[in-house]
Write a protein that binds this ligand. Sequence first.
Ligand code: ATP
Ligand code: MG
Ligand code: MG
Ligand code: MG
Length: 557
Amino acid sequence: MRQQLFFSPTMRDVPSDAEAMSHQLMLRAGLMRQTASGIYSYLPLGLRMIQKIQTIIREEMNAAGAQELLMPAIQPSELWEESGRLGDYGPELMRLNDRHDREFVLGPTHEEVITTLVRDGIASYKRLPVNLYQIQTKYRDERRPRFGLLRGREFIMKDAYSFSVSDDELNETYESMYKTYERIFKRCGLDFRAVKADGGAISGSAGETHEFQALAAIGEDTIAYSDASTFAANIEIAATAAPTDEEIGVEQDLKEISADNLAAAVSGNSIELRNTLFFVDEKPVLVVSKAEDTISDVKLSGHFKTLAVQEASSKEVEALFGVEQAYVGPLHADEGLTIVVDHGLTHVKNATTGANAQGQYVTNVSISRDLADADIVDLRMIKEGDASPDGVGTIQFAQGIEVGQVFKLGTKYSEVLKAEVLDENGRSQPLKMGCYGIGVSRTLAAIIEQHHDENGIVWPQEVTPFDLHLLVLNAKADEQVELSEKLYETLQQDGYDVLYDDRKERAGVKFKDSDLFGLPLRIAVGKRASEGIVEVKERKTGVVHEVHVDELAAFLK
Ligand code: ATP
Ligand code: MG
Ligand code: MG
Ligand code: MG
């Protein structure tokens, strides 16, 4: 591709709301542009990247025996009514009406559509198992679209759905998808961990789920893992794997506090309150703290069901948690801690708090007021540096970007949507389903989060938009142009995808843009063109080689 004609408008001053590095670099290098909040246009350079990632996904999914199809983005609301999700999904679901006032939704996910397709298309176990996937645009009216492609309202997802009659088959497909995801994210050059996650309302072996988390400081999830062992879990369930204080012989460090001095403590800038369990009039009080000036994305499970609180006020927290009185406010102005105080809990079980201000620990508190002798049944805590639950290695905490998730759905959708087949014995059985998602556009952003330096993007080899960046340093010098044109031809004949900067810009501008674009190798044709010598620079290391054109082909191999 000749850069003179290549539509890749660079941007010098990125908007101040572009906080994430990947967001800034994608704007600066002209990979994408915002069209509306959380809605982006992919420019040619960005689209090339998306296509590279899609190719890796397709190759690995096909190799695992999955079949590609394409479902509509627009889905009839009745289908969501039938599955019971129309109300449950909440305001993230984008809705629209057609000219006849029929109601539709813009698909945030496709369990309903795929389940009816398989229900109507397969009647016998003999045609199973089957694993179907698509790569498609999804819509979620996120409350806080942010960080560019990391959390969009329109984004590209690969979603796969497997169907089988037996648990064994479901387990096999799940295993195979798990391994496939490992290969995909490795090929994308990502440093990631597969972590156990919360299966929500689905329990048992159906309900098993793992998230694939790319390690990055900007990541919105906190994960706990140990590289020495197989332990890895996201924060919602990490603490449930930890031994109890009693088991490890630590005295429970609980403080009691009265209703009167609670208010004083709360306003008293006391960090001591963090992740501490209090009693007010013998009622347990739950304190949740997070390093934000408002509560955001603190997930509570168990008694509370799993729900995310985002920027909630006291009143909203009371409504959400069904508590009688809630206090939400900054506990310590400098650190912006926020707490929820629940005065009215009667049966708190497995309430899991998020990370503390430094993202260093999680607490899982199980309490039952039914038990006469003790209010606290179980207090578990994991800190960085703790031994792991399986006795090997020590726990590390990290921020992660959820780039993918595999999930054993079991019969959740097949039962309500009546997707059944006849088994070996001629009995009708609801299909056992699994679903497997990858955020394609989010993966692109995650790659950039992990692969950049102060000068721009540094693409990993397998997902680079072009293989080589060829630069003619002085587009007015005949011998430079002549050699560059010749190299542009021969390099392409040799099978390289070449971006050729043939613009009439100064060498400095070309070098800067080349670093920003981040192709693995830059070949600069400059003053020594007359001797047949070019300069090859490795983007990642900055190492420069002077190479004679006769030796270039061998050098590039
Ligand atoms: P999150 O916890 O970040 O909101 P999710 O758990 O709701 O994600 P899933 O329903 O598991 O997302 O969807 C499958 C994949 O789609 C996710 O693992 C993620 O990579 C991607 N994804 C989800 N929401 C978004 C979004 N708003 N923008 C970009 N990618 C997304
Ligand atoms: Mg979500
Ligand atoms: Mg998630
Ligand atoms: Mg998920």
